[in-house]
Write a protein of this length. Structure first.
Length: 200
């Protein structure tokens, strides 16, 4: 593109000089044509740059869409019922989970968290603390055993109702590119301004 632009300008100047020598154009015509030509070259360069950016953005957009439209691996069972919370008792019953064959993270985990009880799970890094939380909110499903909330197997209830009843704070804080107010509101789109200020 650069070479072609330079060749075009050289040819243009050559013909302008010839026409000026013949007396067919004035100095003003010479300057006008040369100035307009240089402006056109600049515009073409700018259009080319925008075109390349558009192609690059389209590629990124296509990749993002491919990620977004991937079907969910974990789906609600047909006729799944909403989760009904009465006391909020959480039970892990003989839970086993392996992210891949031959690599087990959790084996026969049994745990009961009673109403209004606060617990801390303390163990070595990589031993399955985060995995237990991911299983509780059904980002993954157990291989065997079951997780119950008030006696309801979380695999038998809708994921929407499960997520509406669990507040989950990840290890790494992630904010959407927006205001703090809107980031808090994302947790409950129907929350009032007073609710959001109270949460803050």
């Amino acid at each position: 593109m650069d070479i072609m632009s330079n060749i075009l300008i050289i040819i243009l100047i050559y013909y302008l000089i010839i026409e000026r020598q013949k007396g067919n154009i004035s100095i003003g015509d010479f300057a006008l044509v040369l100035t307009l030509s240089l402006s056109i070259v600049d515009i073409v360069w700018e259009l080319t740059r925008h075109f390349m950016e558009s192609v690059e953005n389209y590629r990124k957009f296509s990749q993002a869409l491919k990620t977004l439209v991937v079907p969910h691996a974990i789906k609600d069972k047909p006729m799944a019922l909403p989760l009904v919370i009465k006391k909020g008792i959480i039970e892990f019953r003989n839970v086993c989970f392996s992210p891949e064959p031959g690599f087990s993270i959790l084996q026969n985990i049994t745990l009961k968290i009673r109403e209004n009880e606060k617990i801390g799970i303390v163990c070595e890094s990589g031993s399955g603390k985060t995995t237990m939380l991911n299983l509780l909110v059904r980002l993954m499903d157990v291989d065997s055993g079951s997780i119950l909330i008030d006696g309801q197997d979380i695999r038998e209830v809708t994921q929407d109702s499960l997520h509406q009843n669990i507040s989950f704070i990840p290890q790494e804080p992630i904010l959407f590119h927006s205001t703090i107010f809107e980031n808090i509101k994302y947790g409950d789109l129907h929350a009032s301004e007073e609710d959001i200020k109270g949460a803050a």
